[in-house]
Design a protein around this ligand. Structure first.
Ligand code: MCN
Length: 832
């Protein structure tokens, strides 16, 4: 990774000593040596265990449900059905009504009369042990009257299609439109298309993905009188508390939610789960602690999925490559219900389709469609990877149509560095960056010229292994905030974040943050920020989070928001601490507060640098409180809430070089180089780790992962044997670098990084694959780029087609093994 120097020099913070250092994460020692408590490790006296009977049918009426035998099973304490809990279970929340007339069918935690996807809860057993609960599920007798199963979005929106919810009039939940002409941010799109010299149209499929977090979901609820404590492997303890209070009627101040160490989420734990509500309701009924931990199979089958869109995209341009307009129509699979932000995911993406290009006309339309599948919701990038894929793919297609170099057509349409701040046709104000600079660096990192020369050689010699180079020049909107803008998008919450800082008597510092890390390293990064702000040693800072009783206000971690919003709240709280300490230090030094300078943790009197007092000494003095100025509170604690004026817009250039064996269809990344601009970098090691993780997931979408349902609506990729999450050994070395253009929306000058790699990488990989085989007549290959699909695209035409409904991934193989095993694409083994 290229070095970053003087990260705060341009943004008016104290000189950076810690910020910019590649500190190892302070949380890792406990995480990787088993010295932490995951939710499932919790054991409470008298704790009961919940097991869930799940529907084996995708769509059906429950005609018979007999739980009496299960109640008689050993160690079973209670069995509940939807009817038993109908009065109190309410509906799981959807916080993003993207249009005023959006149809939300409601979502019970346990089905009452009808099931709408495989895996939906039908009954729950509460027993003294986990195994007793699971065993008793077998004694429950259920009959279903099957209903027609709706799986294909394009069929679901046809007139006369069977309905997922029979009390609705169609399978369309909402029709969302953003039209730049109507919004006043652009000109008439239809006119732009009528006037353009060239129009390129494509249909892209964003396959369904599963956010396969390491730690499965788990929840424990402990009642104590009318108070409840919930431990949950969640990304959103604060939002969960509010939502759970609303759903169950338990007063919010009687409910404490704790997210202990959480083993990853990737958006999949940005949810209010039926089981969280059920544990709460049952703990209330029985007055006993209740635990539920999912199996991996339950996780893949019932935790919300991501992506799943059909994208129709048209670009209008002149023959010289100048883009004139963009039109996007989406079908977005909601699954059977609207979960916490299901409908908002494609709507958020609406603002990202224009990418880093300037053109005058843009129209976006999206139908949110119900199907009998598990609901979709946030998955790393949520809406933005889908948009970035579509625009970066079609820019390549435009280049091909015009006979231009893919970078040349991009460069022609980029917003130039001197044009910032720039308001895009979607109405976003991009604040800073330099797309040319990032691209030049990335080309160098990749060794572009050499690889192009090799590509030429391979083509000319008819080498069976062809080489392709694919680009993705992207930006994204993250740092989810500003509250007013989120409000204008009909999001049900704000986007501020809170932090407080307490100076302890011994000079140590406690930082309480409303962000909720689940792998992102906030304890380390926030310590670095505070160490610089207060001039105290990094080791003296402790960061507390993820407990609504400790951090009472917060909006949690998602949307790469934590540093730019939560980290800024930490900066603001630290500034207040310094100002409070300044007044007390002035008193102790018998000086005027205005005459004090504060550097390196020490207040000195301007002009007499010898005399001074350290902020940690001030903390002890104020604890004793023997001598402090009148009218001042004896504390130097402070809290701050930050709500930025704008999103943050990281950008970058990602380039993938890919080899394709034209005889086997096996695709292999030869080299991957990327240069990301995330503004000021607080911790380069963490940033690099975040980029690597994001790349792994973005590449996984391009090459490996796909959730597949069979014709009856069964998930056939219901285990890691079938759902192909790549291992580190399946991924290439990444050459990463950075440019630094400070964000203007926060005093750190930082831009989010948590999703960047995931958003950027997928189109770079697919573009590379196409570049390798386009001369063989291939114009598209459906994701994931399995050897079967690639082979079919080369030898049979089309995009490689749909994968077989069942058993489409090699049993138990890693991605590499699968590909290697699939050397005979006409056999039925491997991916075939
Ligand atoms: N950072 C930095 N300098 C920057 C930007 C970020 O040093 N200019 C650091 C931050 O201090 C923080 C980390 O990078 O430690 C990520 O910061 P940020 O971009 O603010 O993202 P969030 O902390 O809000 O994390 C959310 C983001 C999302 S949306 C998903 S999805 C995701 C991701 O983070 N899920 C993850 N990264 C993940 N990493 C792990 N290990 N597990 C997940 O589930």
């Amino acid at each position: 990774m290229t070095a970053v120097e003087d990260p705060t020099s341009s943004v008016g913070l104290p000189p950076a000593k810690e910020v910019g250092q590649a500190r190892r994460r302070k949380e890792d020692a406990r995480l990787i040596t088993g010295k932490t408590t995951w939710t499932d490790n919790m054991v409470l006296p008298g704790m009961l265990h919940l097991a869930v009977l799940r529907s084996p049918v995708a769509h059906g009426r429950i005609t018979h449900l007999d739980v009496s035998a299960a109640k008689e099973r050993p160690n079973v304490v209670a069995v509940y059905t939807g009817a038993d809990l109908a009065e109190e279970q309410g509906s799981l929340p959807c916080a993003w009504p993207v249009t005023p007339d959006m149809v939300n069918p409601g979502h019970p935690s346990i089905a009452v009369e009808q099931v709408n996807h495989v895996g939906e809860a039908v009954a729950v057993v509460v027993a003294r042990s986990r195994t007793a609960a699971a065993d008793a599920l077998e004694a429950i007798d259920v009959d279903y009257e099957p209903l027609p199963v709706v799986l294909d979005m394009e069929q679901a929106v046809q007139e006369g299609s069977p309905l997922v919810h029979d009390h609705t009039t169609s399978n369309t939940s909402y029709h969302f439109v953003f039209d730049a002409g109507e919004a006043g941010t652009g000109s008439d799109t239809e006119q732009a298309f009528a006037d353009a010299e060239v129009v390129v149209s494509r249909r892209f499929v964003q396959q369904r993905l599963i956010p396969a977090f390491m730690e499965p979901r788990s929840v424990v609820v402990q009642p104590s009188g009318d108070n409840y404590t919930m431990w949950s492997a969640t990304q959103i303890p604060h939002i969960l508390r509010v939502m759970a209070a609303m759903v169950t009627g338990i007063p919010e101040h009687k409910l404490r939610v704790i997210a202990p160490d959480v083993g990853g989420g990737f958006g999949g734990k940005l949810q209010v789960n039926p089981e969280e509500i059920l544990c709460l309701l049952i703990a209330r009924r029985l007055g006993k602690p209740v635990k539920w931990t999912e199996t991996r199979g339950e996780s893949l089958m019932t935790a919300h999925h991501g992506r799943d869109q059909v994208q129709f995209i048209d670009v209008a341009a002149d023959r010289d490559g100048t883009v004139k307009g963009l039109r996007v129509r989406l079908l977005a699979d909601m699954g059977a219900y609207l979960r916490l932000i299901t409908p908002g995911v494609p709507a958020l993406g609406a603002f990202m389709f224009p990418g880093i290009y300037k053109f005058p006309a843009y129209r976006f339309e999206c139908d949110g469609v119900f199907t009998n599948k598990v609901p979709t919701d946030a998955y790393r990038g949520a809406g933005r990877p889908e948009a970035t894929f579509a625009i970066e793919r079609i820019m390549d297609e435009l280049a091909v149509e015009l006979g231009m170099d893919p970078l040349e057509v991009r460069r022609k349409n980029w917003i130039n560095a001197e044009e910032f701040p720039f308001t895009t046709v979607a109405g976003l104000e991009y604040d800073s960056g330099d797309y040319h600079q990032a691209t030049e660096q990335a080309l160098e990192l990749l060794g572009y010229d050499e690889l192009r020369a090799e590509q030429k050689r391979r083509r000319e010699s008819g080498d069976p292994v062809q080489l392709g180079i694919g680009f993705s020049t992207f930006t994204e909107m993250c740092g989810l905030a500003p509250s007013r803008v989120l409000g204008s998008l009909a999001f049900g919450a704000g986007g501020w974040e809170q932090a407080s800082i307490r100076m302890l008597p011994t000079g140590k510092v406690e930082v309480v943050t409303g962000s909720t890390p689940h792998g992102q390293g906030h304890e380390t990064a926030w310590s670095q920020i505070v160490a610089d702000q207060l001039g105290v040693p990094f080791e003296d800072v402790e960061v507390l989070h993820g407990d609504t009783a400790i951090s009472s206000r917060g909006l949690d971690t998602y949307g790469s928001r934590s540093l730019v919003v939560g980290g800024t709240a930490v900066v603001k709280a630290a500034e207040k601490v310094v100002e409070k300490a300044r007044v007390i230090a002035a008193h102790l030094l018998e000086a005027n507060a205005d005459d004090l300078e504060f550097t390196g943790g020490k207040f000195t009197v301007r002009g007499t640098p010898g005399a001074g007092v350290g902020i940690q000494e001030v903390a002890l003095a104020i604890f004793a409180a023997h001598d402090y100025p009148e009218g001042v509170e004896p504390t130097i604690d402070a809290e701050a809430t930050f709500d930025p004026e704008n999103f943050s817009f990281p950008h970058g250039t990602h380039i993938c070089a890919m080899e394709i064996d034209t005889e086997t269809g096996f695709a292999k990344i030869r080299k991957y180089a990327c240069v990301d601009d995330v503004g000021t970098i607080v911790n380069p090691l963490i940033v690099e780790g975040q980029v690597h993780g994001g790349l792994a997931q973005g590449i996984a979408q391009a090459m490996y992962e796909e959730a597949i349902y069979d014709a009856e609506g069964n998930l056939t990729t219901g285990s890691f044997v079938d759902y192909l999450v790549p291992a580190a050994s399946d991924l290439p070395h990444f050459d990463t670098g950075n440019t630094v253009h400070a964000a203007t929306s926060n005093p750190l000058g930082a831009k989010g990084v948590g999703e960047a790699g995931c958003i950027a990488s997928t189109p770079a990989v697919v573009n590379a694959a196409l570049d390798a085989v386009r001369h063989l007549g291939v114009t598209d290959i459906r994701m994931p780029l399995t050897p079967e699909r690639v082979w079919r695209a080369i030898h049979q035409g089309g995009d490689g087609g749909d994968r077989a409904a069942a058993g489409s991934n090699a049993q138990g193989a890693t991605a590499g093994e699968t590909a290697a095993a699939s050397t005979d694409p006409s056999s039925s083994g491997g991916h075939l």
